[in-house]
Design a protein around this ligand. Sequence first.
Ligand SMILES: [Zn+2]
Length: 288
Amino acid sequence: MKIIDMHIHFSNIDTFRKTAAELSKVDYSYKGFEKEFSENNVEMSIGMGVTEQISGGFPDSTSPNPMLLDLADGRLPHNLFMCIGINPARLTGEHKEAELKKIEEQLKRREVVGIKIYAGYYHLHVYDDIYRPIYQLAAKYRCPVVIHSGDTYSDRGLLKYSHPLNVDELAVRFRDVNFIIAHLGDPWVMDCAEIISKNPNAYADISGLIVGDETKVIGESKKRLFVDHIKRALVYADSYEKILFGSDWPLVDLSAYIKFIKHLIPEEFYEDVFYNNSIKLFGLSENK
Ligand SMILES: [Zn+2]
């Protein structure tokens, strides 16, 4: 089965390194990426751009826009694409015009297929006016916007900004932009399900539902209430053409996570969820 992993990380972020070393037991490096992704038949991946200026700084309000993938000093494996990350703190005042220009320049690159907004990590609603020029650029370059949603992987986040219900307002205001709610909005998965069924331009990824190594993933997959919590949302949404496979690597063992997601999705929709939906939404092509 061909796979696209549309939500991974490839940035030099202290908490990602720590989680990879201590919890998921992943080799978080250029080499480690190539090995793990080719072993699992992942044809293409999309990294969520993010940077920190000092170790442990993420979400860093001083990171220049756009935030890219700097794990291997900017070197990217040929099958790794990117959603450029936005730091809203520098979209006001003196930096605004210059950074918007840099964001637009990046959107013209072949490797750049989308935009990532870190709702909750940055303390702003996703429909705040500060982001308006970003959505205008997304419409102009026809690229989807991935919205971090649900729990934040930092206790400095604020959940009222990362609740998936906020994406409803966004999807209605910007009908010409496609939005992807990351992590199915977990734990607010039913809210996410309602938003993607209601809005033609709202989608969801199923990355990051478990953090850890193979043993952890298998353990969680055996908890009926945990699995049912996710399944209920997928069944309610009944929109497998709007669900995209992502892992949130390096936070989880990739092979185990693929098995876990297969367990949640009816087999007739594997090709859409694991491959076709990302091809369509991100405009990827097999020879890209
Ligand atoms: Zn992520």
